[in-house]
Design a protein around this ligand. Structure first.
Ligand code: NDP
Length: 314
């Protein structure tokens, strides 16, 4: 495994990290989830992602339980809050009350004294950024959170957070968690330049476009047991299974073949070409997927290959 610093912090995270959304505590049986998380750890992955809202805490529970047998200092585990956890007006958002309650609930579920990173799962227009950063700063000082991050914040929102933190001498956010893959490159325009300016790293989710960038979906063919075959999962994946996307996937697959690697390796190596990305945050429904995906860390893309990819995606 290779490790990168998370933004301008001293924290080292593995270039490939593993998350629990839609998988652990939901579509993947607990024993398979445990094996997959153990495989990731054995392969040097030290970075594990969760959120309060993933199956109302089940994602956190399964992930933390599987990691329990390893020394706490050997892994970095995260959680998030923002999305509704109940029906009440204070069961959502980034207010002082909700953030404190949710961090405590997450720590209880995971049976941990602290999480390494706490993310604001989205921007909350109904709570002043100062209120949120202040409560995060308090939790950092209490040792319950080590680093603060945001997820899917715009460049302007990230700048606002940095400005407020600096004005009131609060801890700055150090990481953003946006979507980023060959089919969704919006962060390249503004989010990455602003993040670089302030030493904020990206941990990017859905780097394989939920499995579309593995080449397993062909036009009109959805493999059994794949994410797109599972009707109980409400994702955007089905919207991607059209002729335009799948034709591009086919062309990308031939580029991978030319290089004697697989498409997931190519897609992840392409993500890791970005120096501002600290880690590509994958999902995996079985250990063999993690085994295949971590091989990407050794793939170097030449300028010629990058140009080829750009012209396919154009
Ligand atoms: P990916 O794009 O990596 O998709 C993961 C899925 O693709 C797997 O569950 C599996 O699905 C399939 N897959 C992965 N590797 C392979 C392989 N080698 N061969 C074949 N199929 C493969 O990421 P996700 O969309 O799952 O997101 C990853 C993590 O990011 C989440 O767990 C979560 O922690 C985080 N996230 C954060 C969000 C946020 O708002 N902050 C939003 C979304 C995700 P299957 O086998 O079932 O087909």
């Amino acid at each position: 495994m290779k490790y990168r610093n998370l933004g301008r912090t001293g924290l080292k995270v593995s270039e490939i990290s593993l998350g629990s959304w839609l998988t652990y505590g939901k579509s993947v049986e607990d024993n398979v989830a445990e094996k997959t998380i153990h495989k990731a750890y054995e392969l040097g992955i030290n970075f594990f992602d969760s959120a309060n809202v993933y199956e109302q805490g089940q994602g956190e529970r399964v992930m933390a339980q599987a990691l329990k047998e390893y020394p706490r200092e050997s892994y970095v585990i995260t959680t998030k809050a923002f999305w509704p956890m109940g029906e009440g007006p204070n069961d959502r958002g980034l207010s002082r009350k909700h953030v404190i309650e949710q961090v405590h609930a997450s720590l209880n579920r995971m049976n941990l004294d602290y999480v390494d990173i706490f993310y604001c799962h989205r921007y909350d227009p109904e709570t002043p950024v100062f209120e949120t950063l202040r409560v995060i700063d308090d939790l950092i000082r209490q040792g319950k959170i080590l680093y603060a991050g945001v997820s899917e914040w715009t460049a302007a929102q990230i700048e606002e957070a940095v400005g407020v933190a600096d004005k009131y001498l609060l801890d700055r956010i150090v990481v953003n968690q946006p979507i980023y893959n060959m089919f969704n490159r919006y962060i390249e325009k503004e989010v990455i330049p602003v993040s670089e300016k302030y030493g904020i790293g990206q941990v990017v989710f859905s780097p394989l476009a939920q499995g579309v960038l593995t080449g397993k979906y062909k036009l009109g063919q959805v493999p059994d047991k794949s994410r797109a075959a599972n009707d109980s999962i409400n994702t955007h994946i089905k919207g991607m299974l059209n002729e335009d996307v799948l034709l591009k996937v086919e062309k990308l697959e031939s580029v991978a073949k030319e290089m004697d690697i697989t498409l997931p390796e190519l897609a992840l190596a392409w993500i890791l070409r970005q120096p501002n990305v600290a880690s590509a945050l994958i999902g995996a429904s079985k250990p063999s997927q993690v085994e295949e995906n971590v091989k990407a860390i050794d793939v170097v893309l030449s300028d010629e290959i990058k140009e080829k990819i750009n012209s396919i995606l154009a």
